[in-house]
Design a protein. Sequence first.
Length: 403
Amino acid sequence: MPVLVAAAEQRRDHLAALLAAATGAEAGQALVVDGRHYSRIFSAGDARHQRYHGAANVRVHDEHTGTTINLTDAEDAAFWTWACIETLRHTGVRNEEMLELSQLSIRQYVRPNGEVIALLVIAPSKSDRERVIPMTAELFHVIATIIRRLTRDHPAIPLATRYDRHEHVTSEPQPFLFQRTIGQRTEVVTPSALRTMLIRLSKTLAEQHPQLAKIRFTPHDFRRLFATDLANNGLPIHIGAALLGHLDVQTFHGYVTVFQEDVVRHYQAHLANRRAARPAADYRPITDQEWAEFEEHFDKRKVELGQCGLPYATPCEHEHACIRCPMLHVDPKMIGRLDELHTDLLARRANAETQGWLGELEGLDLTLRFLAEKRAETQRLAHLDYDQDTLVVLGMPTIGTPS
């Protein structure tokens, strides 16, 4: 999984940088991006297409492989491959559930202390219940990046239709998040296209990592891995689904200033139809005491280095040895504190080695390894490609009193 994730991100960044460099280049101009050499191709056909249609696909010649690359298509495919992988691995949703996500799926919950928790509503399917997923920083970054891309040339996310191959119906136009414009056609990514993206990336990985030659990732693999990680970290996956799935998220009235009323109505009808197929017990209102206990849990998650990701009503299994715990999410502002802990651990290790405390040495080496992993992950999160000068309007509903 780390190899796949790194490859998807690297390919997205490389092709985006190459497209930016080639867009303003002249025909035959040499380009060097990430140490790879290319030359801009601009044929007479490209000139005619640009003259009559306003733009032409950007193409380059790869000097290393001798192939021609349609950068417009390649960069678009690389971006959506990355976006799909990141969304699948951070949510554990099925591929059809992910492809049904729209801007209307983004919600927010404001706690009494003013803390805002971003949420992602997953519409119920025939074999699963509706659930609300709290967005991590990485998932929030992915969703914001998708919205920034879709609104790059539009005032709002364009409306698109999606064909449901199980129900054999075409949806009403909605602001779907996973929509692509290919040529003059805008459509939601299909399950088969998603599988093709993963197969192509897997084949590319096999060229660089022969040990992965027989591995082919499927969308459902991410769901299995997500559930496995939750179970290994002490979270029964049904707890989070049961607790968050009972939240009252009927705040559509805030969208009428952004979307046409019929668009909101179609989405509400879609959600109501899915809910009607589920047992009524799935939507039992929670009691005030249950909600108060759940609220209190989030206050107890704050620790020195950041946030504890332990699930609700789950005791600490690591005796508060947070550095070793996979559920610790380090605040990037605390990297300096990690450096201090690293220096202290090295001093303790040197002393243990001098004294011959072999058992202590083994424990300190284990803690040092976990600390190094935490530090690398925190640095990666701290350097996510955020555009600080661009405001991304997520389109979350306004919290208020229903009219």
